[in-house]
Structures are given as C-alpha cells and as structure tokens.
Design a protein around this ligand. Structure first.
Ligand SMILES: [Zn+2]
Length: 179
C-alpha cells in the first residue's frame, strides 16, 4: 500500500521542479531531477538534449552524472533520485547501474514511462538490483508545467505557419500587381 507523501519528499520534488523550469527557460522539454543522500541534496540536473546535441542528456542522466562526480563513485548506493516525470527506459537502466536506492517521480508518462506506464522495469524480478519506486509526488504541478510548455510550442508553431502563409499571400499579390 502507498504511504502518504512526506513533507521532505515534497520539498525535494519542488527542487526538481525548479530544475525543470531551467530546462523550459532554455526551450527544452521541462523535466528536472535532483539526487539526495541521507536527506541532503547532492546534485541536480535538467533535460537538455537539444542544447547539448546529446540524446542521452535527460534530467536524470545529468543529475546522476553530477552526483557520481561529486561522490567520486560510479555507484550511488543510499541515494535517491527525484524527477518530475516518470523515467524512460534509458534512465531507468542508468538508475539501476548506479544502484540507486529509490526513485521518486512526479507526473506519469504514458508515452515513454518505464516505471509502470508503458512498462515497469522496476518490477522485473530477474534484474539483479532493485530500486524502489514511488510515483505521483507533486504530479499535477509537474504535469501542468509540461502541458503548458507543449501548448506554448504548438501556439508558436501555428503562429509561424500563419506568418509564413501571410508573407506568401503578400508576395503573390505583389507579383500580381507587377503582371
Ligand atoms: Zn530518460
């Protein structure tokens, strides 16, 4: 049975949310993550595959890399990772390689979520390491941030098409005048 979300879990998810806002400010899909050890924040990261020209630059990977660098260890036992969106297959795999104790995510991802939505890698008994998972922490806020990002992006795309159509019409009527 799911236990109540603790105040500490909410606090760390809010920090992950702030990271997601940094991603958004750079025009990246707003997902943020933080790594916590013994109740202390040790590293953070946000989604930036476009800016870094790196398909693996998801928030979780950025945060795991930073945490491993800080601890001087490629394994992160005793660490927890908070991320605003359900992790994908790649990130879930990386978390297991890191021997994370627990992952806490915000919104579910029905398209690529590997912690219960599309599949549940964490429930695979035949994998040798088990990372605990908890979803739905600050889910509404995390999901609203993503939704407003995509809505803005659609709006911008519509605007762009409209401007293109307008300038096309203008140049056509210009050439009409000349004929
Ligand atoms: Zn990922």
């Amino acid at each position: 049975m799911e236990t109540e979300t603790t105040a500490q879990e909410l606090d760390f998810m809010r920090l992950a949310y702030q990271q997601a806002e940094l991603a958004r400010a750079e025009g990246e899909v707003p997902v943020g993550a933080v790594v916590v050890k013994d109740g202390v924040l040790i590293a953070s990261g946000y989604n930036r595959p476009i800016g870094k020209h790196d398909p693996t630059a998801h928030a979780e990977i950025m945060a795991l890399r930073a945490a491993a660098e800080i601890l001087g260890n490629y394994r992160l036992p005793g660490c927890e990772l908070y991320v605003t969106l359900e992790p994908c297959i790649m990130c879930s795999g990386a978390m297991m390689h890191a021997r994370l104790t627990r992952v806490i995510f915000g919104a579910s991802d029905p398209k690529t979520g590997a912690a219960g939505s599309v599949m549940d890698i964490f429930a695979q008994d035949n994998l040798n390491h088990h990372t605990e998972v908890r979803g739905g922490v600050l889910a509404d806020e995390c999901s609203a941030l993503l939704k407003s990002f995509f809505a803005d992006r659609r709006l911008a795309a519509t605007e762009k098409r409209r401007n293109l159509a307008n300038s096309l019409t203008e140049s056509l009527s210009e050439s009409d005048k000349r004929n």
